[in-house]
Design a protein around this ligand. Sequence first.
Ligand SMILES: Nc1ncnc2c1ncn2[C@@H]1O[C@H](COP(=O)(O)OP(=O)(O)O)[C@@H](O)[C@H]1O
Ligand SMILES: [Mg+2]
Length: 254
Amino acid sequence: MMRKGKIIAVAGKGGTGKTAISARLITEILKLAGQDVCILAVDADADSNLPEALGISYNKTAGDVREGLLEDKHRDVTLDVRSQFEGKIAAIIEEEEQYDLLVMGRPEGPGCYCPVNHIIRMIIDTLTKNYDYTIIDCEAGLEHLSRRTTRDVDVMLVVLDTTLKSIKTALRLRQIAEEIDADVKQMMNIANKIPEGMEAMIIEEAKKYGLTIEEIIPFDPLIPEYDFKGIPIVDLPDDAPSVIGIRRIARAIM
Ligand SMILES: Nc1ncnc2c1ncn2[C@@H]1O[C@H](COP(=O)(O)OP(=O)(O)O)[C@@H](O)[C@H]1O
Ligand SMILES: [Mg+2]
């Protein structure tokens, strides 16, 4: 069956809410799209917390597989790393009832251009074609964008909060998106954790920097409460104010 292969990257400064939004976005897309849709969730943050937000556990990361294969290759130079890797990545993907999860784990060291890393990129590029949507919870830095671990991104959700630093990061992201090889087709700025009554001010401030805020997700006390108690974000009630905002985003990008 032909899949949509749409890639959605969730990026922005650390702590703005990328993980919470990524997790709940998966649920909302699944609900809107119905039974046949197939989603791959990718936790691309070295400090992985998407599994917790989704309420699932995982065993191994792509980084673990890479390191293991590098050792094997060291012992046996004739090893066909590509074919080995494909199988090993498939084996570490956590399969849930309605979506799959791949945890990237520790990234390669800076400036490492060894063939194994190149192969990882190729395999992930192929992998995403087997899904309708791939949702990537990006790390706070822009490493995997600048290192091109992703193929063309259909939608980049840039998450901002009420900090000036998040505006600066959004501007830098826009600049990087223009510079990298991977083509980013659509960028959407989202203001998250916005206290009631501050919406117009946030929109105005962002505008001063040339940024258009396209969606606002309110500050929702349920999210820190769930985080604190260790309840998965995906279990938020359907009528929670934050969920309503995330649902609007799902509709806009599907
Ligand atoms: N809409 C929201 N309302 C209130 N708190 C939020 C909201 N979104 C995220 N948070 C809180 O902000 C913090 C950072 O969220 P997280 O999703 O981990 O950010 P990131 O992945 O960008 O680092 C968490 O403590 C979370 O509880
Ligand atoms: Mg996160």
